[in-house]
Ligand binder design. Structure first.
Ligand SMILES: [Zn+2]
Length: 333
């Protein structure tokens, strides 16, 4: 099979190579990859900010495709099934798995980081990571559920969004942001999208504004009570501004630090408004099931900017932080 892989860290070292197509072990499935997302986690894997194994390594954390072959002990899946892949490797038996938090499995890891991923014609995954999706879900959407949508959904659930609340999504046009907007809207919230991209209105945003002009807009639509929840995956550059958008009992939820991981924090600002700072990471299989159901019902959309072939892998990864980017970058093997 053809695979996009690297032997040494660095985006420029990605190349397409013919490698042996893996064979499923008794509990595995072989997936014919139809679409794979490009995420910051893939960039970090390729550039060596995270360890990668095995080496040479095929990256690609987020992908979907057809089941091509199943192991002897696999039940419930068959050749030809459409599946999306839960990214966290998990044993199903530790205390974290038993409490439904597979992303914290004590023996865990991440597909595409701790095993070969989806930037290839075929990918081998444990059968319990392959989750069926309906025929009507596009491959681009199916491949956006396990990271983009799931991270946003898990974060919003931890923040506890109630109907009528005001949710602000920072980085709303990003991989997770576009889903945070849609999901917050479905939870009954009013949504302010922090971005310059007007297409977020089509996904349910009530207001679209950049962060430096957000305060008066939020004051106006809340009558001064300000935001209940801010979702901020960007980090240092926006976080202090994001906290200032919150009202009394506000929650700020973070799951990324793309612009830097350090923060100067006004403790007085936190306690005087009883603000809660919430960390979120990944999501559970149960939550991914919810998202698959929403996708099957036609309630989720993905905005794709560009699709690249495996041969264009360097360009696909390089464009992740491009100013021009306007939606998701996908690799379609
Ligand atoms: Zn476990």
């Amino acid at each position: 099979m053809r695979a996009l892989l690297f032997e040494r860290f660095g985006v420029e070292n990605l190349r397409v190579v013919d490698v042996e197509t893996p064979r499923p072990g008794p509990h595995d499935v072989l997936v014919r990859v139809e679409a794979a997302g490009v995420n910051p986690i893939d960039y970090a894997t390729v550039t060596g900010a995270r360890s990668a194994r095995p080496m040479p390594h095929i990256p690609g954390v987020e992908f979907a495709g057809f089941v091509e072959a199943v192991g002897d002990h696999v039940s419930g899946l068959k050749t030809g099934d459409r599946v999306t892949i839960y990214k966290n490797l998990f044993d199903g038996s530790c205390d974290m798995c038993l409490s439904g938090q597979e992303m914290f499995c004590r023996a865990g890891g991440t597909i595409g980081v701790d095993s070969n991923g989806g930037y290839a014609e075929y990918a081998l995954v444990p059968a319990r990571n392959a989750m069926p999706v309906g025929d009507r879900v596009s491959w681009e959407l199916a491949a956006s559920l396990p990271v983009g949508a799931l991270t946003a959904y898990h974060a919003l659930r931890l923040a506890g969004v109630s109907p009528g609340e005001l949710v602000v999504v920072v980085g709303a046009s990003g991989n997770t942001g576009m889903f945070a907007v849609q999901l917050a809207k479905m939870m009954g919230a009013r949504v302010v999208a922090i971005t310059s991209k007007q297409w977020l209105r089509d996904l349910g945003a009530d207001e679209v504004v950049d962060i430096d002009n957000a305060k008066p807009v939020i004051e106006r639509i809340t009558g001064g009570s300000m935001a209940d929840v801010v979702v901020d995956p960007l980090g240092s550059e926006t976080m202090s501004k994001s906290i200032k958008l919150l009202g009394i009992n506000g929650r700020i939820v973070t799951f990324g630090a793309l612009t830097g991981g350090e923060l100067r924090l006004s403790i007085r600002e936190i306690y005087s408004k009883q603000i809660r700072l919430i960390g979120a990471t990944g999501g559970t299989r149960r939550e991914l099931l919810d998202l698959i159901k929403l996708a099957n019902e036609g309630k989720l959309k993905v905005k794709v900017w560009r699709k690249y072939s495996l041969d264009q892998g360097v360009e696909a990864l390089s464009n992740l932080f491009s100013r021009e980017r306007d939606g998701r970058i996908m690799i379609t093997p």
